[in-house]
Design a binder for this molecule. Structure first.
Ligand code: COI
Length: 368
C-alpha cells in the first residue's frame, strides 16, 4: 500500500471502554487550568498495520503505554508522522471537530513522503470521531479551552537496516488544553536563527514528521537563551526569506490593509489554520499575497510603519500576535507590540466558527 491513498467506508472501529476512568472531581480539577499538552484523557484510538493484513484491529481503548522492541525503527531512524487538530465545546454542549478531513489528507501525504502506508481518510476520521465521542467530557469549558487531538503513526518492528518498515502503529491521543503560549504578555517575541535551517528543497519540510520538530529544538533553545518565545527560520538557500516558526506558520499585515504569508513551495507546512485564514481574509475582501518576504524587508517595513502587524498561526497557537523580532544583528518591534486590529478580526472570525458562535458557511466544523 505504500505510495497509495485509499479510502474505505466502514472500518469497524471497536470500543473497549477503560475500566479505570479518571473520577469526575479529579477531571474537573485538571480541566480548570490544563495548560498545553499536560492533561490527557481516558482513551486512545489504536490501529495496527502489517504487510499481510493491512490496517487492522481498529479500536478505541484505554490510554496505555506501548511495549516496543528496542530495535523498532522509529527509535533509530525516526520513521514517524503526526497531526494536530482540535474539538471544541459548543454553547449547546455538543462537541465539534474543525476541518478533520484536511488533517486526514495531510496525514496521508506525510505518510507517502516518509515511506509509510497512508492511513485511509475514513479511518483517520472515524478514529478521531470515536475518540471525541468517548472523551467529550474532557473538553474544557474555559475560554481558550479545547480538546487537542494528536494522531500519529510510528514504524514498529525489530531490525536495524535502513529501509522502510513493514509494521506500523497508528494511534490518536487527546489532551485537554488551554492557550499554547502562557504568560501575561499580549504578544510573542521571535528569534531569527542564522545558524540553523528547518528545511531545504527536496527535504521533509512539507511533511508533518517528528524529525522536523526534533531538528528545530536546538534553534528553539537558542531563541529561549536569547529571551525570545519562538524561533523563526529563514530559507536554506539564500538565508533571507522568512519561512515558518518552530511549530507554526506566519502572516504579515500592512498599512494598506493587505496581508502576506510565505508561499507553499515545498519547505513549509501546509497549515490548516493558515489555509483557513487565507480563505477568511479573501472573503473579507482583503488583498492577500502568498509571496516570499525577506528578513531585511520585514525590518525596514516594521521601522517605516508600512508593516503594522504580524502573527503566528497554527492549531496549537491559533492566532498569536508577534510583538518583537531579534537576531544577531539587532532587533525591531512591530506596531504596538499587542494584537493589532486585523489580527484580532481574523482571529475572531476563525474562533467564532470553531466554537459555533458564528455560522459556518464553509462546512469546516463537524458535530460529533
Ligand atoms: C500544531 O499546531 O498542532 C502543531 O503541530 C504545533 C506544535 C504543537 C507541534
Amino acid at each position: 500500500m505504500i505510495g497509495e491513498i485509499y479510502e474505505v467506508d466502514d472500518i469497524g472501529l471497536a470500543f473497549e471502554p477503560t475500566a479505570k476512568p479518571v473520577p469526575a472531581e479529579e477531571r474537573a480539577r485538571l480541566l480548570a487550568d490544563p495548560g498545553f499538552g499536560r492533561v490527557f484523557t481516558d482513551h486512545m484510538a489504536f490501529i495496527e498495520y502489517d504487510e499481510k493484513e493491512g490496517w487492522h484491529d481498529a479500536r478505541i481503548t484505554a490510554r496505555h503505554p506501548f511495549t516496543m522492541d528496542p530495535a523498532s525503527p522509529v527509535l533509530h531512524y525516526a520513521q514517524e508522522i503526526f497531526e494536530g487538530l482540535k474539538a471544541y465545546r459548543r454553547p449547546d454542549g455538543a462537541a465539534a471537530l474543525f476541518r478533520p478531513e484536511a488533517n486526514a489528507r495531510r496525514f496521508a501525504k506525510s505518510a507517502v513522503r516518509m515511506a509509510m502506508p497512508p492511513l485511509p481518510v475514513d479511518m483517520f476520521l472515524d478514529s478521531v470521531r470515536g475518540l471525541v465521542r468517548a472523551d467529550r467530557e474532557w473538553i474544557p469549558a474555559t475560554e481558550d479551552g479545547s480538546l487537542y487531538l494528536r494522531p500519529f503513526m510510528i514504524a514498529n518492528g525489530s531490525f536495524l537496516g535502513v529501509r522502510p518498515s513493514t509494521q506500523f502503529i497508528y494511534a490518536v491521543i487527546a489532551s485537554s488544553v488551554g492557550a499554547y503560549f502562557k504568560g501575561n504578555t499580549p504578544s510573542v517575541s521571535l528569534w531569527v536563527t542564522r545558524e540553523y535551517v528547518r528545511a531545504a528543497p527536496g527535504g521533509t519540510g512539507e511533511a508533518k514528521c517528528g524529525g522536523n520538530y526534533a531538528g528545530s529544538l536546538a534553534a528553539q533553545a537558542e531563541a529561549i537563551r536569547n529571551g525570545c518565545d519562538q524561533v523563526v527560520f529563514l530559507d536554506a538557500i539564500e538565508r533571507r526569506w522568512v519561512e515558518e516558526l518552530g511549530g507554526m506558520n506566519i502572516f504579515f499585515v500592512f498599512d494598506d490593509g493587505s496581508i502576506q504569508t510565505p508561499p507553499l513551495a515545498g519547505t513549509i507546512l501546509h497549515g490548516v489554520t493558515r489555509d483557513s485564514l487565507l480563505t477568511l481574509a479573501r472573503n473579507m475582501g482583503l488583498m492577500v499575497r502568498e509571496e516570499p518576504y525577506s528578513i531585511e524587508q520585514w525590518k525596514s517595513d516594521a521601522e517605516s510603519g508600512r508593516l503594522t502587524e504580524a502573527f503566528a498561526c497554527g492549531t496549537a497557537a491559533v492566532v498569536t500576535p508577534i510583538g518583537s523580532v531579534k537576531g544577531v544583528d539587532g532587533g525591531f518591534t512591530i506596531g504596538g507590540q499587542s494584537s493589532g486590529p486585523l489580527t484580532l478580526r481574523l482571529r475572531s472570525a476563525l474562533v467564532d466558527i470553531q466554537r459555533g458562535d458564528a455560522p459556518d458557511p464553509y462546512g469546516w466544523t463537524e458535530i460529533v
